[in-house]
Design a protein. Structure first.
Length: 289
């Protein structure tokens, strides 16, 4: 068995354990004849904040697609999954999606560690801390009625920055600014990828995936801490996280086999188009109601 396959096997096992731990149980429900899988899924949904089976399947599917993007392009789980999750159940964003992304990114960092450029990380993380702090203050000061609309707007902005933003050079100021934007977008809507990914547009695939993954491991912890301080991350978010973990597991396993194809740039344009459309739908949904 190759090292990559062993790594994927270990990470898959860790993700399964994380799903069990997040749902407050250390064991899988036992099977009991026909329909046992559906019954176990229904019981899991009851423990996970009352999300319906249909919503859980759709949400996990969105996370799977986003996880494939994350594992092949270097970012995408938030950009692609967040708009869809907002339409399915706004409670899934940003807290549960961030925690799910954390487990995924830990696995990707281990898989792509040879491509990490540690010299790039320091100033980016300083900026990420500043952006996360600003986002936490912002979230704490707005009402629940406007929060969903803000998330939709942030989704659109994040996708637009990635699609139309100018080329940014690898300078200290560039790292600080991109890190700050990543922290703000990552904390408010779990889409911190586009701003920081602009810095690495011309880098090779392994460098992009490895360095971004290492950045997001630390940055995601910062964002979850900021959300907790703002009262947006707690028991409810932990209960909802298992709904998304199966999709992250599937996406991680598939992405390892698609990196060579996706390094040619076929996936990113589709992600950006879907993100902008979904973000517009979120905003429109709020005003139509």
């Amino acid at each position: 068995m190759s090292r990559e396959n062993r790594t994927e096997t270990v990470t898959a096992r860790n993700l399964r354990h994380a799903a069990r731990a997040s749902s407050g149980t250390g064991a899988v429900a036992p099977s009991s004849g026909n329909g046992s899988a559906g019954g176990a899924l229904a019981r899991a949904m009851q423990r996970s904040g009352g999300v319906t089976v249909t919503s859980a399947i759709l949400a996990s599917g969105a996370v799977a697609l986003g996880s494939i993007a994350q594992g092949t392009v270097g970012f995408g789980v938030g950009v692609l999954a967040a708009p869809v999750l907002l339409l399915i159940d706004p409670r899934l964003v940003p807290g549960p999606l961030l925690l799910t992304a954390f487990f995924l990114i830990v696995g990707l960092t281990w898989r792509e560690w040879r491509g990490i450029r540690f010299g790039y990380l320091a100033w980016s993380l300083v900026g990420r801390f500043a952006g996360t702090a600003a986002a936490a203050v912002f979230i704490r000061g707005i009402s629940e009625a406007t929060f969903e609309t803000v998330l939709g707007v942030v989704v659109i902005l994040g996708a637009a920055i990635s699609a139309f933003g100018p080329e940014v050079r690898l300078t200290r100021a560039g790292f600080l600014g991109a890190g700050a934007l990543s922290g703000f977008f990552g904390t408010t809507a779990a889409i911190g990828g586009p701003p920081i990914a602009l810095l690495y547009q011309r880098e090779k695939g392994p460098v992009v995936r490895g360095t971004l993954s290492a950045f997001f491991v630390v940055g995601t912890v910062m964002s979850m801490a900021g959300l907790a301080w703002a009262g947006k991350f707690g028991r409810t978010e932990l209960q909802l996280t298992p709904v998304l973990l199966p999709g992250a597991l599937v996406g991680f396993l598939l992405s390892g086999r698609l990196t060579r194809i996706m390094d040619r740039g076929w996936l990113r344009p589709a992600i950006l188009v879907l993100s902008v459309l979904a973000g517009c739908m979120v905003v429109a949904k709020h005003f139509i109601r």
